[in-house]
Design a protein around this ligand. Structure first.
Ligand code: GDP
Ligand code: MN
Length: 398
């Protein structure tokens, strides 16, 4: 599960990591009112930021610095009235429903800081770079040496000496070193206490020197958090932050029916039982030159209702022009599934080619059921094995 930046900023702030104050709003008028409040508090700069579960907002024009009420109204009107297209969204973009209105800050330098699991080394890892900001992906690609990784001990956490050494390596100076090190340690503890899969601050910044802070201040101005869904039961406060508007509606509907569904970009809808079989089905579709439209695992206890819903979800995707059903009957009987397919196909109505491959328990009875139903479902063909099925569906959509 992901959360919005404004929610992540609150978690950072609660953990003692400095973040400029801000407020989430959902209307242009509220955006203007919040901007007025910040100006009234003596700040001269306000930042208006689209709150969506995708990054790359800065470059897409959905992070704007404003110095007047008029500019604020213009920025809020633009963001709430246009879909955001960034490198992290599809070309169709995403709708913006919420904005963060926050005090703007002057930036001396931008850093990158994150904690996530390093799967290769099997350890949670602090990742940092002095080349933070909107180009971090380019840095990771072109100049990987500019990205430092520090393993975090599973019991003792990120040690103070590790944090200070890294802060120095990153080029923090004077009093910035202790500030940055403290932020690193707090971020590492936050990561484990929240069962996060990633906590990212980009950019972590240093502000220009002032009389009160001659070395500047180290603060977080953007944050992205992701959580391990399997641990959410331990964190009702995080679960409450979930924003369903940011998720694919088909994926939410699938979840209600106990289906594991992930929408993809291809044209061949896949209905499969078992995650491993679903993966190999996608592989073999690709091997035969097709592109899967989704990953869909109906699970081991699929019913007529869940199979019907699965077909609805697959066919609801306008890009789908062929469907491959691949079921292995282990505990589940193939004849049960075959009847469910036939019922569901009649109910949902198929106007695209449907290829069915069944194997396992009671497969002969199942084949008979499909054979008998062919007259009612003219777009259906059956296949004896997976390769044949994949070739048939790829042919049908070609
Ligand atoms: P992202 O593009 O979605 O990662 O959004 P960010 O919040 O990271 O903003 C993108 C960039 O806008 C940052 O890297 C900064 O350079 C700039 N920016 C964001 N907030 C401020 C601010 O308060 N003051 C200044 N001067 N620049 C900001
Ligand atoms: Mn950012």
């Amino acid at each position: 599960m992901k959360i919005h930046e404004y929610q992540a900023r609150q978690l950072l702030s609660d953990a003692g990591i400095p973040v400029p104050p801000g407020q989430m709003v959902e209307t242009i008028d509220a955006a203007v009112a919040e901007t007025e409040k910040i100006f009234a508090s003596g700040e001269g700069l306000v930042v208006i930021k689209a709150q969506v579960h995708a990054g790359g907002r800065g470059k897409a024009g959905f992070v704007k610095l404003v110095r007047s009420i008029e500019e604020a109204r213009e920025a809020a009107t633009f963001m709430l009235g246009n879909r955001m297209v960034s490198v992290q969204t599809g070309p169709e973009g995403i709708e913006v429903k919420r904005l963060l209105i926050a005090a703007g800050v002057d930036i001396e330098k931008e850093y990158y800081l994150a904690v996530t699991l390093d799967r290769r080394n099997g350890v949670n890892t602090l990742i940092a770079s002095a080349e933070g900001g909107v180009e971090i992906e380019t840095v990771a690609h072109d100049n990987p040496d500019a990205i430092y990784k520090v393993p975090i001990h599973p019991l003792s956490g990120l040690e103070a000496f590790q944090a200070r050494a890294l802060a120095k390596r990153l080029g923090f100076q004077g009093r910035q070193i202790q500030q940055a090190a403290t932020i690193m340690q707090r971020l590492a503890s936050l990561y484990s206490s929240l069962d996060a899969s990633i906590v990212e601050i980009n950019p972590l910044i240093v502000t220009p020197p002032t009389d009160q802070a001659p070395d500047g201040r180290v603060i977080a101005i953007d944050a992205k958090f992701g959580f391990d869904d399997n641990a959410l039961y331990r964190h009702p406060e995080l679960k409450a932050m979930h924003d369903p508007a940011e998720e694919n509606p088909a994926e939410i509907r699938a979840e209600e029916f106990g289906l594991s569904y992930v929408a993809l970009d291809g044209t061949i809808g896949c209905l499969v039982n078992g995650a491993g079989l679903a993966m190999s089905t996608m592989d073999i579709v690709k091997l035969h030159g097709g592109e899967p439209a989704n990953f869909l695992d109906v699970g081991g206890s699929a019913t007529k209702e869940s199979v019907t819903e699965a077909f609805r979800i697959i066919l609801g995707d306008g890009r789908v022009n062929g469907v491959l059903v691949n079921i292995f009957g282990g505990i589940m009987r193939c004849d049960t599934i075959a009847s469910a397919i036939v019922e569901a196909a009649k109910e949902v109505g198929f106007d695209v080619p449907l290829v069915v491959r069944l194997e396992g328990t009671e497969v002969d009875a199942a084949r008979q059921i499909l054979e008998d139903a062919k007259a009612d479902i003219p777009s259906m063909q059956t296949a004896g094995n997976l390769a044949e099925a994949a070739a048939a569906v790829c042919d049908a959509v070609a």
